[in-house]
Design a protein around this ligand. Sequence first.
Ligand SMILES: NC(=O)c1ccc[n+]([C@@H]2O[C@H](COP(=O)([O-])OP(=O)(O)OC[C@H]3O[C@@H](n4cnc5c(N)ncnc54)[C@H](O)[C@@H]3O)[C@@H](O)[C@H]2O)c1
Length: 304
Amino acid sequence: MTAVPRAAVIGGGLMGHGIAQVLALAGLEVVVHDPVPEALAAVPQRIAANLETLGIAADVRVALEPELEAAAEGAAWVFEAAPENLALKQEVFQRLDAATPPEAILATNTSVMRVGDIAARAQRRGRIVGTHWWNPPFLVPLVEVVQGPDSEPHAIERTIALLRSLGKTPVHVRRDVAGFVGNRLQHALWREAFDLVDKGVCDAETVDTVVKAGFGRRLAVLGPIENADLVGLDLTLAIHEYVLPQLDPPSAPSSGLRRRVAGGELGMKTGAGFRTWSEREAAAVRESVLDHLAGASNENGASG
Ligand SMILES: NC(=O)c1ccc[n+]([C@@H]2O[C@H](COP(=O)([O-])OP(=O)(O)OC[C@H]3O[C@@H](n4cnc5c(N)ncnc54)[C@H](O)[C@@H]3O)[C@@H](O)[C@H]2O)c1
């Protein structure tokens, strides 16, 4: 292994280019692989555009590699950010397992899939872990480090140490459950949000206003468990006894969600989802999220 650790990023899309940026800014030697030539070629411009938005004047370079095995060769770290498709990820990890030095750590950025399922076709599964970065990876501090059924403790420890050294906030997810912690929480909220709209309790805009003008204001500084302790567990129990039996959470995707997807209403990228979006409105939302995250990152002194 060289003095400067070599990291390979597999998939140079939305997440992959941002993860590559964080690794390269921290001084690792980074190679990005993507089988789609246009996606691979776009990585340096995407990183340059992010740095310009953030006002970072660094000259960040990553190598581009169209072959998976060549990208993985000699890597100490591999971060996979390929499409969310189990068969594809299983094949990628089988090939990475064969192409990397045995001491390399192989990490998947899957949003919800079990690490054990993704590692199923690899031989040396002890070094395969989950690292669930959040979008945009260079602004959101959290990375969930997910322990698969075969992940060795030292692989988890090394991954957490690396992420800390990058200025991230890693957390250890001890059991390999679909959705980990963050997406189980996030999608429980989205499921209820869609269900309220499906049932006609309120419109989509009202759901968003309730969150943004209400409890969402507190969420960045007060987690749900801290909040329960703050208001008191006696009150929390009384609320749960009354309301939980009435929630009847659906165990399948919302009918309104299915109907919109079938009708080509995919959200901002098609101009309509649960709400309608002009290009200007969609751009304004994206910009305000970036501004908010960049402001929070500056306040916390986070470098990720
Ligand atoms: N978008 C998010 O907010 C987000 C957040 C956290 C995790 N994730 C997860 O990160 C992963 C990547 O998501 P994304 O949003 O960056 O997707 P994306 O579509 O922007 O990027 C995926 C990239 O993978 C490339 N690719 C296609 N086939 C490949 C292969 N066989 N091997 C390697 N690369 C291949 C594509 O060309 C594309 O550039 C997914 O598992 C996703 O669930 C996404």
